[in-house]
Design a protein around this ligand. Structure first.
Ligand code: GTP
Ligand code: MG
Length: 205
């Protein structure tokens, strides 16, 4: 009775939001800083142990570039689960995610479990103010100039800021009947949870 239950899962979302990186984190617990864009789609598998069952995910990681859009139905057609990914630093990627959700709700299996995932939260999380005092600072002749906008939050220092508030995406997810997560493929935050929560929601045949 511990024979794995196979679950076909598809990842969808705009190019470069981190779909392949999420899969690489889940399957190999790795991260690549400059991951190449997916061409067509990639197939990977990974098991997930729950208390009462083992799920074997059969994962189709699709290509987000627009020229591959027409291939997507082949991958979501029989899927029991979908992870629709956006990038929390790019508002337009949430709009793209919403359009994928609409397409799934019209054309995929009516029982499909859909998880909306805001990725790259490592780029916007707080608690990194100590970086200001990292090495190299002593080379800075004019420290006073550095202090001018010290009351600004740290995100701006690195040229990236959050464009999608958690509450906005989570309210949309609730309204549309989706699971909702925020993740970082880079540091692993929230990644296992996406797959575990999906596994728990898959109806047993
Ligand atoms: P396509 O295959 O073209 O659809 O892209 P994708 O959604 O698979 O994105 P991919 O995983 O290739 O990641 C795109 C870029 O974002 C890569 O340079 C990754 O290293 C980076 N990246 C992915 N996830 C994260 C993350 O959680 N944090 C940060 N900081 N960078 C990330
Ligand atoms: Mg990819």
């Amino acid at each position: 009775n511990m024979k794995p239950v196979q679950v076909k899962l598809v990842l969808l979302g705009e190019a470069a939001v981190g779909k392949s990186s999420l899969v690489l984190r889940f399957v190999n617990d790795e991260f690549q800083e400059n991951k190449e864009p997916t061409i067509g789609a990639a197939f990977l598998t990974q098991k997930c142990r729950l208390e009462d069952k083992v799920i074997k995910f059969e994962i189709w990681d699709t290509a987000g570039q627009e020229r591959f859009h027409s291939l997507a139905p082949m991958y979501y057609r029989n899927a029991q689960a979908a992870v629709v990914v956006y990038d929390v630093t790019k508002a337009s990627s949430l709009e793209k995610a919403k359009s994928w959700v609409k397409e799934l709700q019209r054309q995929a299996n009516p029982n499909i479990v859909i998880a909306l995932t805001g990725n790259k939260v490592d780029l916007v999380s707080g608690g990194r103010k100590s970086r200001r005092t990292s090495e190299g600072e002593d080379e800075d002749e004019d420290q006073d100039a550095q202090e001018v906008d010290e009351d600004d939050e740290d995100d701006e220092d690195y040229g990236v800021s959050r464009q999608v508030p958690t509450e906005e995406a989570s309210a949309y997810a609730q309204e549309a009947g989706l699971l909702f997560f925020e993740t970082s493929a880079k540091n692993g935050e929230g990644v296992a949870e996406v797959f575990t929560e999906i596994a728990k929601k898959i109806p047993l045949e």
